[in-house]
Design a binder for this molecule. Structure first.
Ligand SMILES: NC(=O)c1ccc[n+]([C@@H]2O[C@H](COP(=O)([O-])OP(=O)(O)OC[C@H]3O[C@@H](n4cnc5c(N)ncnc54)[C@H](OP(=O)(O)O)[C@@H]3O)[C@@H](O)[C@H]2O)c1
Length: 312
């Protein structure tokens, strides 16, 4: 691992060494980014990550081929520094009220820096006219990337299977988890498959201009997911449907900002209308491997769910 010296990377006068990475990964400390950086490193790819805190540099100590630069989506000068010498960039932020402007900052700086190809982590059914705020902001950023003239690949994943890990305390304490989704089916996708698609598009060819709608291999209701979790964990797990207002209160109590809690309620309203049950072949098309099913996710994360059980 190599930590970049920021003062050496002024965009105006930087001379980029021949060995300098040409791939930049943002969001590298997050759910998908952690898996993506592991895959790239295992493939022997030399790449750069942009992290916003010096405290996070050590998280990449064990990964070969990684150069770390400190940068913040709210600070365009640091984005410009992170982009020096970059040909392909992976764009990911969390879904906050600032996400749209942060990502538009990045698109502007990427175009200025001469980036050839942006791989953007978007969301299933991104649409400028969607009633779901997350789907609207992703569509705004997708549109800006298209208009920028840079090559693009948009990854539009459905609900993350790993999102259920957020319920592991209530699954451990009560054998229950709660959401406002009714009996609708969702083709949830494993984040390991999303990261594999991101790695393939950042390192391979033929992905320019593609929009990959990333789903798992099946659409399941939440009670069906509960049954599969129960089988893997070896104890009863029940799904409890709750009204949107109750779910919103719980999210706010849990510490979600209002904007985000309201966005999640909009997301779940969209799921509850069975609008996220389509199953695609896009993971297989992009990577050559079939996506993991929910039973595999439940099996592989049993110890994570059971850790929550033993800590209560
Ligand atoms: N959850 C789902 O079911 C779902 C489904 C479809 C699509 N999505 C999309 O997935 C995306 C989230 O992916 P994820 O779960 O992997 O994200 P995540 O775990 O929340 O990670 C967010 C990453 O962005 C970084 N970041 C945040 N603010 C930053 C800033 N100001 N400057 C630099 N870096 C910053 C974080 O760094 P720090 O470590 O410093 O915070 C972290 O690395 C969202 O766009 C969401 O719409 C989610």
């Amino acid at each position: 691992m190599n930590t970049l010296s920021i003062p050496a990377l002024q965009p105006e006068d930087a001379t980029v060494p021949a060995t300098s990475p040409t791939i930049l990964v943002t969001g590298a400390t997050g759910t998908i980014g952690t898996e993506l950086t592991r895959i790239l490193s295992e493939k022997g790819v030399v790449f750069r990550v942009m992290v916003r805190s010096a405290r996070d540099v050590k998280k990449f100590n064990t990964l070969a081929g990684v150069e770390v630069v400190i940068g913040d989506f709210n600070d365009t000068a640091t984005i410009a520094q992170a982009l020096v010498g970059i040909d392909r960039a992976f764009l990911l932020t969390n879904s906050s009220e600032q996400a749209e402007s942060q990502q538009l900052n990045f698109v502007t700086e990427a175009r200025r820096a001469g980036v050839a190809h942006i791989v953007k982590l978007s969301q299933f059914a991104a649409d400028l006219a969607s009633p779901v705020r997350f789907l609207r902001y992703h569509a705004v950023v997708e549109q800006a990337i298209k208009l920028s003239g840079m090559a693009f690949t948009f990854l539009r994943p459905n609900l993350f299977m790993q999102g259920l890990l957020g319920f592991r305390a209530s699954i451990a304490e009560q054998g229950k988890f709660f959401a406002a989704i009714g009996d609708a089916s969702v083709s949830a996708v494993d984040i390991r498959d999303i990261a594999a698609v991101a790695a393939a598009t950042l390192t391979g060819s033929g992905h320019e201009g593609k929009i990959y709608t990333l789903t798992g291999p099946e659409a399941l209701t939440h009670p069906e997911m509960a049954d599969k979790l129960a089988t893997a964990l070896g104890h009863p797990v029940t799904f409890v449907d709750v009204p949107p207002a109750a779910m919103r209160d719980a999210l706010i109590q849990f510490g979600f900002p209002i904007w985000q809690a309201d966005g999640l309620i909009e997301d779940y309203a969209h799921y509850s209308h069975n609008e996220a049950s389509v199953v695609t072949t896009d993971v297989q098309d992009a990577t050559g491997s079939a996506p993991r099913d929910f039973a595999a996710f439940a099996h592989d994360y049993t110890s994570v769910f059971l850790t929550a059980l033993s800590s209560h």
